[in-house]
Design a binder for this molecule. Sequence first.
Ligand SMILES: [Zn+2]
Length: 350
Amino acid sequence: MKCSSFLVRLSLLCLLTCSAVSCLASNQADQKEQQTQSQDKQDKLSVLLIDGQNNHQWQQTTPVLKKILENSGKFTVEVSTTPPGVPRKARKPANKKLTPEQEKQFAEYLKAWEAEVARLQKENPALWKKWRPDFGKYDVIVSNYNGESWPEEVKQSFEKYVSEGGSFVVVHAADNAFPDWPAYNEMIAVGGWGGRDEKSGPMLRLREGEWIEDTSAGRGGTHGTRIPVVVKVRQPEHPIVKGLPQEWMHPADEVYGKLRGPAKNVNILATAYSEPEQRGTGEHEPIMMTIDYGKGRVFHTTLGHDVTALQGTGFQVTLQRGTEWAATGEVTQPLPKVKWNDHEPTVQEP
Ligand SMILES: [Zn+2]
């Protein structure tokens, strides 16, 4: 009896000691993990990706853009979503007589639309007052935003951030935004739509190997049918495109054309031919560029209309490298080992 009680106590003691040791070990492992994670965070470049309004499916493209950046192992990405925009009012079909039932449906739609607009107009001012991204906290800001004007205070803090050495990346329709914000237009060099015309600045045109400014009158911003396009590298030694094929095929996307703007301090890295037979301009349109704005660096890609376009290996590589370049002025990412297709787009799941 005595002996067995001693054994019980011994095994209990052992159990307690062992669990204390293993508990200590697992605590140490947790700490180590946390340290690695925070070290990782310190080593990585921090990105703030802005969305919230866009005439494109930003709810679909933002997570993919985030994944592409994270896949590089170089970035931590936070998303800041602005208050929602007012939905566009659908128009009644002009060339078709509606049935009474359709008339009724349209009237109901209009009523619901008006109620939604009234709700947003009531709620949004307070939401905008709260939307104050702390740009200075991040190494680089990426915009997937094309919507209403930001509050003056946010615009001023963004201008200050970029001009004092911050970094900015513009993706696709983000270059449609803010036609009336002079500093923003200097940052993106050229943009489209939103009433842009010759007063916004020239178009950039490639003539005999040189970029010239075309000041002729006309609207800024157009694109032809969405088809796969050949991307042509124009600055093969620039770190963002260095080592990439001279030309590669990108999946169906919009080739923005006739973009206009101040076009100052801009360096065009790649172009795509805008097919006249596909309602394009017949020009080699600038589609990837870097811009110096004050002490800041900007990378601008006009590609990336939708999730299909974001599958392009070349899009992904240049977004990753362009974002690193904007943040640091260097590119340390090696090129992925992929076989570039000759006659079809080279794509990969982000
Ligand atoms: Zn688009």
